[in-house]
Design a protein around this ligand. Structure first.
Ligand SMILES: Cc1cc2nc3c(=O)[nH]c(=O)nc-3n(C[C@H](O)[C@H](O)[C@H](O)COP(=O)(O)OP(=O)(O)OC[C@H]3O[C@@H](n4cnc5c(N)ncnc54)[C@H](O)[C@@H]3O)c2cc1C
Length: 459
């Protein structure tokens, strides 16, 4: 079929991180592009993910700064916090970003239709605003959606990260179920605002999949902030009593709360997308769309990027995948995305920054592993009096001397790990780290001054 038989060369379903980048790059390669977005341009990251969350993280951190000020000679009158002001200001900034994203897509020559698109067949998609679009290529970039798990009694009272950004009032008490980064971030955000926070997680410790030392350290630090962490149990029911709730835990206790939030996982947004009519296959293990290294699905002219493929659910990854897809299909430049050594952060308080392997993974992969680990009191805490410690950890392949993992828990850990990520990606060795002059006085200088392994494993 020639291009003229189609309304567009590319229909992008979903105007989030991956879809927007793919649309702009494909248009720059000369493709006729239409983006269908059912909610707001910018997607999860901009509208109800990374960006608004980080604004809330900043807001909640101010409490700690105010508390820490006394030791530095400042006396600050009783500070008060107003949730509606924060939410209104956040909403204004998100609207500005949404407009900027829309303008950038349109500037590239791609068009946007504010509609839900679902497959009628492999080339035809129906728009919720009426009519159909025939597309030569389709990019599925519909992201993921919160998954509340099995339907417990009272599940209708439970909010997710979608609703938490729009609560009309700050809850005095919140119960959050989940042990991943979203659950921890909101636990710390609310604790910073003075909300009484209970975190409930079914596993034995939070942050499954992270380095064990990181998990233990973060938990201890969060508990110092007054967050109650209950592991090894789940919420079995949520009962409503007026405007209050009572969460019934599998271990017995009932926890009273003004809000109950679940952040127990996200699933690919494929329900009712009509994938079966297009012949697009799912990955049975993850529930995401099955793709090859070029993001091509089981149907050759249909591609999928971002969270819907459930590879590595992060914004920069979705953007890279969207860009690589557009270069591959419309730029005559086949491009794979390298998903190794991707730096990630948890914007808890304190933050976690991590790149590369955990100690457990490194010891499973390499014959010999050197562990360099330190915990210390940050300089700021000497005067503020805050009871907190930083954790830094390097994992080194004993044979090649390569640094294969770096983990930081402490202030600015995310900023630190973004830069360390370059070194790890470049396969820097421990000798390279040692040859790097320390920058004093910083916390990050510990990463280049740890000389003696705290443990050495061989097999
Ligand atoms: C609370 C939270 C915090 C996060 N924090 C971070 C962070 O700090 N750092 C980070 O890297 N990542 C973070 N993420 C993850 C990040 O937001 C996602 O990885 C990223 O947005 C994925 O981009 P995407 O393009 O795959 O999908 P999305 O950005 O989710 O975009 C998908 C879009 O498709 C639209 N859509 C869905 N179905 C249809 C349809 N049938 N028709 C038309 N439109 C449709 C949706 O409305 C949505 O706009 C966070 C996520 C959450 C929920």
């Amino acid at each position: 079929m020639v291009s003229a038989d189609f309304d567009v060369d590319l229909l992008v379903v979903g105007g989030g991180s991956g879809g927007v980048r793919a649309a702009r790059i494909a248009a720059s390669h000369g493709a006729r592009v239409l983006v269908a977005e059912e909610y707001r341009v910018g997607g999860t990251c901009v509208i109800r993910g990374c960006v608004p969350k980080k604004l809330l993280v900043y807001a909640s951190h101010i409490r700690h700064d105010v508390e820490d000020a006394a030791g530095f000679g400042w006396s600050i009158p009783q500070a008060t916090f107003d949730w509606p002001t924060l939410i209104a200001n956040k909403d204004k900034e998100i609207a500005r970003l949404e407009a900027a994203y829309t303008a950038n897509v349109e500037k590239s020559g791609a068009k946007i239709v504010k509609a839900r698109a679902v497959f009628e067949d492999a080339h035809t998609l129906r728009l919720s605003t009426g009519g159909t679009v025939r597309a030569k290529h389709v990019l599925i970039a519909v992201g993921a959606t919160p998954n509340h798990g099995t339907a417990i009694p009272g599940i209708e009272h439970v909010i997710s990260s979608n609703e938490v950004f729009h609560l009309p009032a700050q809850p005095k008490r919140i119960l959050i179920q989940g042990g991943g980064y979203i659950a921890l971030e909101f636990a710390c955000i609310f604790a910073g605002f003075g909300t009484e926070v209970t975190l409930v997680y079914r596993g034995d410790n939070i942050l499954r999949g992270f380095d064990e030392d990181v998990r233990t350290h973060v938990r201890a630090e969060m508990e110092k902030l007054g967050i109650r962490i209950m592991t090894g149990c789940t919420v079995n029911a949520v009962e409503k009593d007026g405007s209050r709730f009572s969460a019934v835990l599998s271990s017995g206790p009932r926890i009273a709360a003004d809000q109950v939030m679940f952040a127990i996982g996200r699933i690919a947004n494929v329900a009712t997308l009509g994938l079966e009519r297009a012949g697009v296959e799912l990955d049975a293990a993850t529930g995401g769309i099955k793709v090859d290294p070029f993001s091509q699905t089981s149907v050759p002219h249909i591609y999928a990027v971002g969270d819907v493929t459930h590879r590595l659910n992060l914004t920069p990854v979705a953007i890279r995948e969207g860009h690589a897809f557009a270069d591959t299909v419309f730029g005559n430049k086949p491009t794979r995305v390298d998903h190794s050594d991707v730096p990630t952060a948890v914007f808890s308080q304190p933050q976690v920054g991590t790149v590369g392997l955990t100690e457990q993974q490194a010891r499973a992969r390499f014959k010999s592993v050197d562990v360099y680990k330190t915990t210390f009191k940050p300089m700021k805490a000497t005067l503020s009096g805050r009871d907190t410690r930083i954790l830094m950890k390097l994992l080194v392949d004993g044979e090649s001397d390569r640094v294969v993992g770096c983990h930081v828990v402490g202030p600015d850990a995310a900023e630190i790990i973004q830069a360390v990520g370059i070194a790890v990606k470049m396969k820097a060795t421990k000798a390279d780290f040692d040859a790097t002059m320390a920058l004093h006085p910083t916390a990050a200088e510990e990463l280049v001054t740890m000389r003696t392994p705290s443990a050495r494993y061989g097999r």
